[in-house]
Design a protein around this ligand. Structure first.
Ligand code: FAD
Length: 375
């Protein structure tokens, strides 16, 4: 028999959730990660007592009570509600688009006036078959919201003109006719008290973890250590890119420590003008209602992904999805390997979704009972 029941590649939310369930079922696990820390992309770095969201701002939200209860069993969550602001030419607008935004744009105060304004703008444009993202967005929300709050931001994010982006990227643009700045519609939302590392630490408590350890340093050795392998790294890398690399959009972060107490008064401020190179500024302390003397802000720059950079957002276009299918056909043939998480499945997952997916895979694998209270 092997030394471990499961060798788990990746100490992110998928790997950690799977490991937790396996350990609870009496299995012996080894978790390895090539990074110097656990948590994967939810990792926070302590800078002067502030939890800096090192790989991008993370807010936990879900409609699923069983998943909410699950994460709360490791750490208490605070009442943080995501309510980002948009800065356009120095003026601030509330997001998501709601009555506050419409008041700021046009001075209208009733839902009826706001609806009339949007409908009038859409009618004047007379777009029937949107040929690109710009026309699609205009057809959904009219000129003002598009020009001030969508166009520049979207062009920066994708690195292309809105007229050169396909219309299907935007299917809906939620507009709300209430004075409600809560970005998410989910029932449960918050940030772990003490930061996201508390969640990762809770999941991995009592489990052997080896950091700075790349599976591809010696794949045969790691495979040989366990009865089964749980792999949460990139699927194309697992197969040595034999069908070509799967493409991503990436991000570049510039963290700044400022010797002032409060820089922008909100955790998230988007910059919607095309000529400002970053898309957002994050002020981390506000996720936890921090009262520290100083503050840390992060500029988020969209970037074209190249090999060696952090892969952030999968580019799920036709070419890449086809390529992914070739890889996942191979993966399905594997006998003792379980693939999971955002990299192995080449899809954008929110945290609650990746936890949900790991719980389901662990349940099937370990033959555990179903979680109760699914909403
Ligand atoms: P990861 O966290 O990426 O973990 C995979 C781990 O595997 C990594 O630690 C990696 O180092 C390791 N690994 C890979 N290859 C190897 C190898 N060869 N050897 C050893 N280790 C390896 N979700 C929300 O719910 N709310 C949000 O507000 C939110 N904001 C986000 C913002 C950004 C910018 C991004 C990119 C994502 C955001 N998410 C958010 C999504 C969230 O980050 C993911 O759902 C979650 O982190 C995915 O967990 P994972 O385990 O699948 O992957």
């Amino acid at each position: 028999t092997k030394q471990y029941d499961y060798v788990i590649v990746g100490a992110g939310l998928f790997g950690a959730t799977f490991a937790y369930q396996a350990r609870k079922a009496g299995k012996k696990c080894l978790v390895i990660d090539k990074r110097a820390h656990i948590g994967g992309n939810i990792y926070c770095k302590d800078v002067d007592g502030i939890n800096v969201h090192y790989y991008g701002a993370h807010i936990f939200h879900t409609n699923d009570r069983s998943i909410w209860n699950f994460v709360n069993s490791f750490v208490e969550f605070n009442r943080y509600t995501n309510s980002p602001l948009a800065n356009h030419e120095g003026k601030l607008y509330n997001l998501p688009f709601n009555m506050n935004t419409f008041y700021q744009l046009w001075g209208v105060t009733t839902p009826e006036e706001a609806q009339a304004r949007i409908q009038q703008q859409i009618a004047e444009l007379n777009i029937t078959e949107p040929r690109n993202l710009e026309e699609q967005a205009l057809k959904l929300v009219g000129t003002d919201i598009y020009e001030k709050l969508i166009k520049g931001y979207t062009e920066k994010q994708w690195g292309r003109k809105a007229t050169e982006l396909p219309a299907f990227i935007i299917k809906r643009l939620p507009v709300r006719f209430t004075y409600d700045n809560n970005y998410f519609n989910d029932k449960y939302q918050g940030i772990p008290v003490g930061g996201f590392n508390k969640l990762s630490e809770g999941l991995l408590e009592g489990i052997e973890v080896r950091l700075d350890t790349d599976f591809f340093g010696d794949p045969e050795y790691f495979r040989g250590l366990g009865e089964k392998l749980v792999y949460t790294g990139a699927l194309d890398e697992y197969y040595n890119y034999r069908f070509g690399a799967l493409e991503y959009r990436s991000l570049r972060f510039e963290h700044k420590h400022l010797e002032i107490e409060n820089y922008q008064g909100n955790a998230v401020v988007n910059y919607t003008e095309a000529h400002i190179p970053y898309t957002r500024i994050i002020e981390h302390k506000h996720f936890e209602f921090g009262t520290q003397k100083h503050t840390v802000i992060t500029y988020e720059y969209p970037a074209t992904w190249e090999k060696g950079m952090e892969p952030y957002y999968p580019l799920n276009d036709e070419m890449n999805n086809k390529r992914f299918k070739q890889y996942s056909n191979l993966a399905e043939e594997e006998e003792n390997v379980i693939f999971g998480g955002r990299l192995a499945e080449y899809r954008y997952y929110d945290m609650h979704q990746v936890i949900g997916s790991a719980l389901v895979k662990a349940r099937d694998e370990l033959q555990l009972p179903r979680l109760e209270n699914r909403a």
